[in-house]
Design a protein around this ligand. Structure first.
Ligand code: NAD
Length: 252
């Protein structure tokens, strides 16, 4: 894809699932990649497996000092960062309103919303200081667009990601910084096992395309949005969900 070769990218949550697939795709497209994950061993394993230059950075995206550190370490490794895939996210535990603790709500919001806010802010500060353009992709979710009775914190956080997206696109546009989001449907990764939601994969069969997605099907769209192929797109949320987001919720 045009404009990726020879550039540098940061992928948060790059140690597994969709982030690992994104890191691999960007590496194959010729990017140097900083794989950022709270699980340092997982980040190292992914970074070591990439075909191009890569570094692994252990960081918790919910912590301000960790975000500043991963941005500094990535910048020191590659000279500058052109692309950010702000992807790290957690589902939180499944359960309805009565079962959701305030601490659990805060934890999900801290990773999924604060983490993206801190990453965006850091990216904007560095682009402004270097007077450089850039491109950012946020990982939203089908939960950004549709309701769920038992992943309340998750769906709230993923809708907030769209708030950050729209503000960041408006702020970044005049500076030459594009910000878009990808909204995956159901893709079997560790996320579902950790949320006790293995049944979600069966539900994927109700999508118009009648199957769950694969991590590389999401990574293709991430790479496209980061690349110059999407040069006139910003503030956009692209659903990659086998058509699930157009299915009538009434029939569901
Ligand atoms: P995953 O659990 O397989 O991978 C997430 C990665 O993020 C893991 O390597 C984990 O260690 C890392 N991580 C978790 N908390 C972190 C933190 N605080 N700081 C840094 N790294 C952290 O999950 P996934 O399915 O690859 O999900 C990636 C993103 O995609 C998430 O934002 C998720 O909400 C979103 N998403 C996934 C699906 C899906 O079907 N898998 C659907 C919609 C949206």
């Amino acid at each position: 894809m045009r404009g990726l070769e020879g550039k540098a990218a940061v992928v948060t949550g790059g140690g597994g699932g969709l982030g690992a697939a994104s890191a691999l795709r960007l590496s194959r497209e010729g990017c140097r990649v900083a794989v950022v994950d709270i699980d340092g061993d997982a980040a190292r394993k992914v970074a070591d497996s990439l075909p191009g230059e890569a570094v692994a950075i252990t960081a918790d995206v919910a912590l301000e000092e960790d975000v500043e550190r991963y941005l500094d370490e990535a910048t020191n490794s590659f000279g500058m960062i052109n692309f950010h895939h702000l992807n790290a996210g957690i589902p939180g535990s499944a359960g309805g309103f009565p079962d959701l603790s305030a601490a659990e709500f805060d934890r999900v919001m801290a990773v999924n919303v604060r983490g993206i806010f801190l990453g965006l802010r850091g990216a904007f500060r560095r682009c402004r200081a270097a007077e450089a353009a850039g491109s950012v992709v946020l990982t939203a979710s089908i939960a950004s667009l549709r309701g769920s009775a038992d992943l309340i914190a998750y769906q709230t956080s993923k809708r907030a990601v769209l708030g950050l997206l729209h503000g960041a696109a408006m702020y970044g546009g005049p500076l030459g910084i594009r910000v878009n989001a990808v909204a995956p449907g159901i893709v079997p990764t560790a996320l579902f096992t950790s949320a006790g939601r293995a049944d979600m994969v069966r539900r994927a069969a109700t999508a118009p395309l009648r199957r769950a997605g694969t991590p590389d099907e999401i990574a293709s769209v991430v790479a496209f949005l980061l690349s110059d192929e999407a040069a006139y797109m910003t503030g956009e949320t692209v659903s990659v969900d086998g058509g699930s987001s157009v299915v009538s919720t009434v029939r569901d």
